[in-house]
Design a protein around this ligand. Sequence first.
Ligand code: ZN
Length: 361
Amino acid sequence: MVKFLDNKLFRYLSVFLFLNSSILPVKSSSALAAWVLNTNGVLELRTKSNTNLKAYFQKANQIFGDRFWIDFPGELKNPRTIMGNGPIKEIRLGKPNKGKTRLVIEFNEETYLKPLTWRMVGLDQNRWRIKLFDPKYTFKKISEGQVVKRIGNIKENQKLIHKKKSDYNYLKLPDVKQNKFSVVLDPGHGGPDPGAIGIGGIRETDVVLEVSKIVKNLLSEKGVKVNLTRKNEIDLDLPPRVSIANNTDADIFVSIHANASRGKRRDINGLETFYYRGWRGRLLAKKIQKQILKVSPGSPDRGVKQGRFYVIKNTRMPAVLVEIGFLTGRLDARRLEKTTHRKRLAYAIAKGILEYLEKIG
Ligand SMILES: [Zn+2]
């Protein structure tokens, strides 16, 4: 793959090597949790605590431009390539071999870098920083996930929840019997698996988590017990999502996703809701689909369909999977970017759920 010793063709430089006693088992998930390459050329990473990082630089050759890469323990779920801009040609996330994750930053050919001055700095147990290039290059930030968790976060969130309540005072959601129903909401993807990546780098995991949390608040205010399968950016497989619903004897299960079209076609937009079996599942899907369409004018109705997705196939209660729009679609992505639209969608999903519970319960 890389010739280590041929100095004439390749200058290969180990930027830094962090020694650490903790070695993750081969099958564990990627230690890379989030990263951002900022406009000032600084790459920041968030990893699992006490992670072994290995960083490398390779000078350009006939095939590649200058490349910088970091290897992380743990296997990446979805290898992907993210288009660069400015001095960055592209950023790739791959698995060079089993049980590993590799983040590769490939520079354009004409870029002038000074790798000898590079230093990877550990900021705390799970954050890292390295300056890769100078601000003389214009560069638009690229990132996946939230690298910095602000200390003020909890307070801000509380304020937000408080604000949400007053925002929705004028909207009437159907009343259901208090403390009677239990709902499991499943925000799709999470952690190292961001799900669909859309226009401008908008990520499914972020969108669906925010929407799900608002749905939870709205339903809780109506006296419905709500369990979220995940509350933050964690890596969660499909079976535990199902067990949460099956073990808590939930009345319904709603998995929330956003779509991406093949070839990232910007002209493909629309909403759809899937169920696997039963008239109850179908009814729930219809109620939700009807409401989410109302708050998404102009976006096509792709309908209520039967789908064989793991989470709706293996849950024992009426279960649906909602696709709230295409992150790759021009119309949908522009809306899904905005919290106002996410709130509207959450309201619509909550309304569909409450209408269903009102009818069935
Ligand atoms: Zn998804």
